[in-house]
Design a protein around this ligand. Sequence first.
Ligand SMILES: Cc1cc2nc3c(=O)[nH]c(=O)nc-3n(C[C@H](O)[C@H](O)[C@H](O)COP(=O)(O)OP(=O)(O)OC[C@H]3O[C@@H](n4cnc5c(N)ncnc54)[C@H](O)[C@@H]3O)c2cc1C
Length: 161
Amino acid sequence: MPKENLLGDLDGAFVHLMTNLAQERLSIAVSAIAAAEHLLEITTQYVKEREAFGRPLATKQHIRFEIAEMATECAVTRTFLDRCIADHDNGELDAVHASMAKWWATELQKRVADRCLQLHGGYGYMSEFPVARAFTDGRIQTIYGGTTEIMKEIIGRSLLG
Ligand SMILES: Cc1cc2nc3c(=O)[nH]c(=O)nc-3n(C[C@H](O)[C@H](O)[C@H](O)COP(=O)(O)OP(=O)(O)OC[C@H]3O[C@@H](n4cnc5c(N)ncnc54)[C@H](O)[C@@H]3O)c2cc1C
């Protein structure tokens, strides 16, 4: 390869990759909260329309609690991610906080996808419904870009050595 085509430093690919890991993990976390919020939105609409025992699902207390809990978890997560984005913009996002953002937001996405699918009942299992596709598509989020377990290793190492 001609020298002028070299990107970055010679033999420095691994270092370049490591340098951008925090940004990659933050971007996965951002896509995770966006997916979770979207699922919550379509499920909120669904439970208002779907009727069981003559009344919309949305009138049942359990359903309302499910929606309320997910909305709370999404709001809290978004607040933390907003802080991480601001840190990133200032060049201050470290590996530990990027790891926290990544594992927490992607595990949240997984939980929200599972709960939203459950609220769709049998239709949630049908691939024609967006929630079924989102359940499958989202499953990779806790694996690539560094698994949840490795994120916790990074955080644990920073606290415990
Ligand atoms: C669709 C897809 C896209 C991908 N895209 C990319 C990409 O663009 N670039 C790239 O570099 N990689 C990519 N990957 C690879 C991805 O980053 C790895 O799959 C991931 O890091 C997990 O590694 P592994 O599959 O070898 O699992 P393993 O390392 O075999 O891990 C298996 C399990 O053991 C756990 N585990 C491993 N080590 C420890 C430990 N020390 N302590 C506790 N638990 C541990 C893991 O968390 C996991 O649950 C992609 C993977 C997939 C499936």
